[in-house]
Design a protein around this ligand. Structure first.
Ligand SMILES: *Cc1c(COP(=O)(O)O)cnc(C)c1O
Length: 234
């Protein structure tokens, strides 16, 4: 299934980078394997896929233990403070830092494990009350605060755009994300320039790439629909 599914996704990615005058290597495809069994990960791995996304701490570490060691695991879910210990040092990138308390806990655990943890700040770009992530101004404040946490390596921003019928409807949000990243860099809110934008899912990734995404997080288009009725160990 993965082999058939990844082909059109890869074609769409290439079309989008070409349309934007970008290079394929500038965009990392994260295969979002949450709720899917290890076999799905291994099948994708066999096709050359190395970046996988999970949104539950213990599901990620359980798969990581059994999967090939050269897989890069991205943590993309809402991270509770008591789960930070599972994720720090195991995720190549935590996409979803959305409070100073969480950042401080990541700092504490990273210190304990003697690692540097790459992170993104999650922005609630559509300002949806129900969605995680920070409003623009709060995101800027958190970026400044993270500059004071030596164990965190801030790379950029992440957003989950709203579900829409037409991907085009989300273009303005993706554009706002790029502008926010530029603003952070222009104003020097972080000591080194931020380069990463994690945005775009199955329904809208070509538009996200045209607007500057460096990570797209794709689940359904690669692995098919998810069944949340199958219990997954948390
Ligand atoms: C599940 C999930 C995705 C993938 O969504 P699809 O629509 O299945 O591609 C991407 N990002 C986050 C944060 C997710 O939780």
């Amino acid at each position: 299934m993965y082999r058939e599914n990844v082909q059109p996704v890869e074609e769409n990615i290439r079309a989008a980078v070409n349309a934007a005058g970008r290079k394929r290597e500038e965009v990392c495809l994260i295969a979002v394997s949450k709720t899917k069994p290890l076999e799905a990960v291994l099948e994708a791995y066999g096709e050359g896929q190395r970046d996988f996304g999970e949104n539950k701490a213990q599901e990620m570490t359980a798969k990581k233990e059994l999967a090939p060691a050269d897989i890069r695991w991205h943590f993309i879910g809402n991270l509770q403070k008591n789960k930070v210990k599972y994720v720090v040092g195991n995720a190549c990138l935590i996409h979803s830092v959305s409070s100073l308390e969480l950042a401080a806990e990541i700092e504490r655990i990273a210190e304990k494990k003697n690692v540097i943890q790459p992170v993104l700040v999650e922005v609630n770009i559509a300002e949806e009350a129900t969605k995680q992530g920070l409003a623009r101004e709060d995101a800027l404040e958190l970026v400044k605060a993270i500059a004071g946490l030596p164990r965190l390596k801030l790379m950029g921003l992440m957003a989950i755009a709203p579900p829409v019928e037409e991907a085009e409807e989300n273009r303005r949000y993706f554009r706002e994300m790029r502008q926010l990243l530029q603003e952070i860099n222009r104003e020097g809110l972080y000591p080194v320039p931020l380069t990463e934008l994690s945005m775009g899912m199955s329904g809208d990734y070509p538009v996200a790439i045209e607007e500057g995404a460096t990570f797209v997080r794709i689940g359904t288009a690669l692995f098919g629909a998810r069944n949340y009725n199958i219990p997954v160990n948390e």
